[in-house]
Design a protein around this ligand. Structure first.
Ligand SMILES: Nc1nc2c(c(=O)[nH]1)N[C@H]1C(S)=C(S)[C@@H](COP(=O)(O)O)O[C@H]1N2
Ligand SMILES: [Mo]
Length: 515
């Protein structure tokens, strides 16, 4: 039993050191695809959509951490088994490690940003794992032989095994620290980002003259969502386990497909264009009723239609398939990129270069559409095509092909289960119907009649607006609901519909007590 346990420990240590050595090699050679991140990304791509939805529902934005922890546990269990197998039979455990190496290489090959040098890391991981496992199991056998054979003193052999195991653990920790250090020195792109001075926009965000937000757009209601979401609080959603690190000096965007001429622009070219600034509220199609996967920011960028016009779009095209540096794709209706709504190739967010996790150096921002069909981060290619010919990442995974944002509202105050003093009770929140605009918001208490809320002046039809209503409520438990009406006269749907395939519907319902 004791021996089996030590064999298992040997397996975990050997594979652990191998994996860490592989991550260290990748951090130095090919930082955007490490074997572990590649396996994780492959798992993300392969799991059936219902499992993914379940994971997001349970773990929210911690889903990536949970995935990595799960992968670590699975690897550790198999590694322990490999140690035991190797002890029973030479090469049996090493074969398992070769299997790990092949799996890592296949995962790396499946990543669009991988190159030949990316395969060094899984090879290093496998070789280190094999060598360490062989050495530890050999030492374990020597110890065990000495212990079985009464005459010989087993203590020196025991010490040698334990020293080997302890040394492996120590080297693994040191390599882990080194890998983390190399990773953070990849803040080269972070430094580059902070040294960029964005050009001033040729027009300020409408309708402002001198100020970005019009008078009357902000209500003085405590606890309500800020009209412009601070960048640090802006939701983040993407499939990237490791944020793509894209050097702005190397970046370029190509326009391909159904165009008169393929063109390519660099970051420098882009900054030299007349840039405009717009407030646009982004929303994720996975947002549940009352959820927080939506935010409003001020984006600086160049209208996509200008770039498309330079390439000359063919008349048969009806979609643009945009591709990110990590291979993720988005399909956007062509007209949303060419009409007057000012879809942007954005370089700035709230007055600064895009944060790395929000798409540095360049992303798409398209008013009126959910992010999965419009908001490509780290964008590198626009392929002009047809819905009939191309399918984007999420549309092959159970989500719809088109994704106009649905008219929605959220109650920010009171919070669920809050207790507030009797008398005037302020209900407030935000409502959005991007590109159509919000016409009115109504609230109701305990299923009673709908009553109008005060709607703040919107920044534009492409942004959310704040609303509030003051209600006279008696002591006891109460439930409030809100609904928005858009400027096309459509009333927010009351029927509960889940996010898949094209966005949640239903009324945000908040129950609280008045004391
Ligand atoms: N490259 C890339 N871009 C992406 C995604 C992604 O997974 N990869 N996710 C999209 C989705 S689903 C949404 S909702 C928005 C979110 O943008 P944010 O993270 O800046 O809030 O980005 C979009 N752009
Ligand atoms: Mo999304």
């Amino acid at each position: 039993m004791r021996r089996t346990a030590w064999a298992a420990v040997s397996g975990v240590l050997a594979v652990g050191l191998g994996v860490i050595a592989g991550e260290l090699a990748a951090a130095a050679l090919s930082p955007s695809v490490t074997p572990v991140s590649a396996v994780g990304a492959a798992v993300v791509d392969l799991v059936p959509p219902p499992v993914k939805d379940w994971a997001v529902a349970w773990f929210g934005t911690a889903d990536k951490a949970v995935l990595l922890a799960t992968i670590a546990v699975v690897i550790a269990v198999i590694a322990a088994a490999a140690g035991v197998l190797e002890d029973r039979r030479n090469f049996a455990g090493r074969a398992v490690i070769v299997g790990f190496g092949i799996l890592g290489a296949v995962a790396v090959a499946s990543r669009p940003q991988s190159s030949t040098v990316s395969f060094v890391a899984p090879a290093v991981a496998a070789l280190v794992g094999i060598a360490v496992l062989a050495a530890l199991v050999r030492a374990l056998r020597t110890w065990s032989r000495a212990a079985d054979n009464g005459g010989e003193d087993p203590l020196p052999a025991r010490r040698r095994f334990l020293q080997g195991a302890g040394g492996t653990a120590a080297v693994a920790v040191a390599a882990g620290v080194a890998a983390t250090g190399v990773r953070s020195s990849q803040s080269a792109v972070t430094q580059q980002r902070s040294s960029i001075t964005l050009p001033a926009p040729v027009k300020t965000a409408p309708p402002a003259e001198g100020s970005f937000v019009p008078d009357g757009a902000e209500l003085d209601v405590e606890g309500i969502s800020e009209l412009v979401t601070p960048t640090a609080h802006f939701y983040r959603i993407d499939t990237a386990l490791v944020v793509p690190v894209v050097d702005a000096a190397q970046w370029s965007l190509t326009v391909t497909g159904l165009v008169d001429r393929e063109i390519e622009i660099t970051f420098e070219d882009l900054l030299a264009q007349p840039l405009i600034e717009r407030h646009v509220t982004l929303a994720c199609v996975s947002n549940t009723v009352g959820g927080d996967l939506t935010g409003n920011a001020r984006w600086l960028g160049w209208p996509v239609r200008e770039l498309l016009a330079r390439a000359g779009v063919r008349p048969e095209a009806d979609m643009v398939l945009s591709r990110s540096a990590d291979g993720f794709t988005v399909g956007t209706p062509l007209e949303a990129l060419t009409d007057a709504r000012d879809a942007l190739l954005a370089v700035g967010m709230n007055g600064e270069p895009l944060p790395v996790e929000h798409g540095f150096p360049v992303r798409l921002v398209v008013p009126g559409l959910y992010g999965f069909v419009s908001a490509t981060k780290w964008v590198t290619e626009l392929k002009v095509t047809r819905f009939a010919d191309d399918t984007a990442y999420w549309s092959t995974r159970g989500w719809s092909e088109r994704g106009p944002v649905k008219t929605s509202s959220r109650i920010d105050v009171p919070r669920t289960n809050a207790s507030v003093p009797a008398g005037d009770v302020v209900v407030g929140g935000v409502a959005w119907a991007q590109h159509r605009g919000v016409e009115a918001v109504e609230v109701r208490v305990d299923g009673g009649a709908w009553q109008p809320a005060t709607l703040a002046r919107p920044i534009s039809a492409d942004t959310w607006c704040q609303y509030s209503a003051t209600l006279q409520l008696e002591a006891g438990e109460h439930t409030v609901q809100a609904r928005a009406v858009d400027r096309e006269g459509a009333v927010q749907s009351e029927d509960s519909v889940p996010p898949a395939p094209d966005g949640a519907e239903g009324l945000h319902t908040v129950t609280f007590s008045v004391t």
